[in-house]
Ligand binder design. Structure first.
Ligand SMILES: Cc1cc2nc3c(=O)[nH]c(=O)nc-3n(C[C@H](O)[C@H](O)[C@H](O)COP(=O)(O)O)c2cc1C
Ligand code: SF4
Length: 453
């Protein structure tokens, strides 16, 4: 069994209440951190090697050390709890079942950054989680862990929950800051980065829910201890939202470095493909990352076992690899249609584009239309090249990474499943109801059978 740092007490009855959480050692790290200097807390986070869990995997300690500290100006910590990436539902789980872990992490992290006012920006649709967090904040405040002079240390912190604007783009950190300021959630042009000019023009750190929660075990055990878990530069544990055609969908806390094959087939995690079907493909890190066929998700192109780590998942670049992303692990069995799925993802990105940049606004719409005609049997054989061309014109040419996030699923689906797209053209409207199945394994890459199905 892998170690659990975030979900260790998740099954303790009443853990969502202050008293039960406290009885399990909760909030002990607040007292510990407040006896350290702010630089010492940042140093522990640096030593831990923690990488942001919101998708980009940027080292958290390094991000914190970039925060500008001009005299006389406020600094802010903003927790990104907008969680809208299709396939990702781990932050909601943490906030629902163990909200005090996030609040404890917010207190230590705010202290380390010198923030006296901090925000948790929660996806607008998540009203139950907003109420849970507000209740937990009130409990923590009543016990002296928030507000003025926390535990007699002289440190003051006010923590607010802000309901989000109800758009996927509000999860992009600069759009989130715009929305938090009461404006439409449009991404800002960077630089300046939030560490220099963020919320109301003040230095700001934006971190994901899971990143902030992970600061609690880091301060409790020390950064060095945390860094011993995991593999290489992928340290610690990671929450994976597992969904799709598996026997046991759910949230799993893994030690980074578990093999993908173990993750899919072992009873500790997904428990294998449902209904005795075969694995066709996986989207390993939320809808934005490249889809990989079965043979490339379990093994790298060098025929080495692929691991659940930032490095191993991206081994092979986009030609044969993918990304860890936000850890939204979506499994497709042999009955799933890649064309339909790609159209569905593209529909989402087109709908969610904020419209500021033409390549994203227009390109996502064009891709959606072409994918729609392919799915419904009116496509042309030249459509695949057209889609790749449009995706290349979006990638890297937009203000924020939503453009890339829309381009990658399309380009990777055509890269790995082109024959399935062609089959949709040659079989016309009939392809909507028939199943292409696993025919793409005619690919020159070897078919690798799962070991423990
Ligand atoms: C379109 C878009 C949506 C995003 N949505 C989220 C989100 O819901 N939650 C999140 O933590 N990060 C999201 N991000 C990433 C954030 O911009 C940012 O990198 C992250 O909050 C930083 O936190 P971390 O360093 O702890 O990962 C999104 C990025 C983009 C481009
Ligand atoms: S890439 Fe898309 S979502 Fe991002 S700023 Fe441009 S139009 Fe808006």
């Amino acid at each position: 069994m892998g170690r659990k740092l975030l979900l260790e007490h998740i099954n303790v009855p009443g853990i969502e209440t202050f008293d039960v959480y406290r009885s399990k050692g909760g909030y002990d790290t607040v007292a510990k951190a407040l006896k350290m200097t702010t630089d010492e807390v940042v140093e522990e986070v640096k030593k831990s090697g923690l990488r942001g869990r919101g998708g980009a995997g940027f080292p958290t300690g390094m991000k914190w050390s970039f925060l500008a500290k001009p005299e006389g100006r406020a600094r802010y910590l903003v927790c990104n709890a907008d969680e809208s990436e299709p396939g990702t539902f781990k932050d909601r789980y943490l906030m629902t079942y163990i909200p005090h872990l996030l609040i404890e992490g917010m207190i230590i992290s705010s202290y380390a950054l010198g923030a006296k006012v901090s925000y948790i920006y929660v996806r607008g649709e998540m009203m139950p989680q907003i109420r849970i967090l507000e209740k937990a904040i009130a409990e923590a405040k009543a016990k002296g862990f928030l507000g003025k002079n926390i535990l007699g240390s002289g440190y003051d912190l006010e923590l607010y929950v802000q309901p989000g604007g109800g758009a996927y783009i509000c999860g992009e950190e600069t759009a989130l800051l715009e929305s938090l300021e009461g404006k439409r959630g449009n991404p800002r042009i960077k630089p300046p980065f939030p560490a220099i000019a963020g919320l109301w023009g003040c230095p700001t750190v934006v971190n994901n829910v899971e990143s902030i929660a992970a600061v609690v075990p880091i301060i409790r055990d020390g950064g060095d201890e945390y860094s011993k878990i995991g593999i290489g530069r992928s340290t610690g544990t990671k929450l994976i939202s597992a969904s799709g055609n598996i026997n046991k969908p759910g949230i799993y806390e893994i030690e980074l470095g578990v093999s993908v094959e173990d993750f899919i087939y072992s009873d500790e995690y997904c428990g294998g493909i449902a209904n005795g079907k075969r694995l066709k493909a996986v989207v390993a890190g939320g809808s934005s990352v490249p889809i990989l066929p079965a043979n490339l998700i379990t093994k790298t192109i060098k025929n080495e076992a692929r691991l659940m780590s930032y490095e191993s998942l991206s081994d092979g670049g986009f030609a044969t690899g993918t990304m860890m992303g936000s850890g939204g692990f979506i499994v497709f069995d042999e009955d799933q249609c890649i064309v339909r799925n790609t159209w569905n993802f593209t529909r989402f990105y087109h709908h969610e584009s904020c419209g500021q940049c033409s390549p994203c606004r227009e390109g996502t719409g064009w891709m959606e239309k072409v994918l729609h005609r392919l799915e419904y049997g009116h496509g042309k054989l030249s459509d695949m090249d057209l889609l790749v061309d449009v995706s290349k014109k979006i990638e890297g040419n937009t203000i924020c990474p939503l453009g890339d996030a829309a381009a990658w699923p399309v380009a990777s689906a055509i890269r790995h499943f082109r024959d399935e797209f062609e089959w949709h053209v040659t079989n016309g409207a009939e392809a909507v109801t028939r199943n292409f199945g696993l025919a793409h394994y005619a690919d020159p890459l070897p078919v690798l059978e799962p070991a423990a199905q």
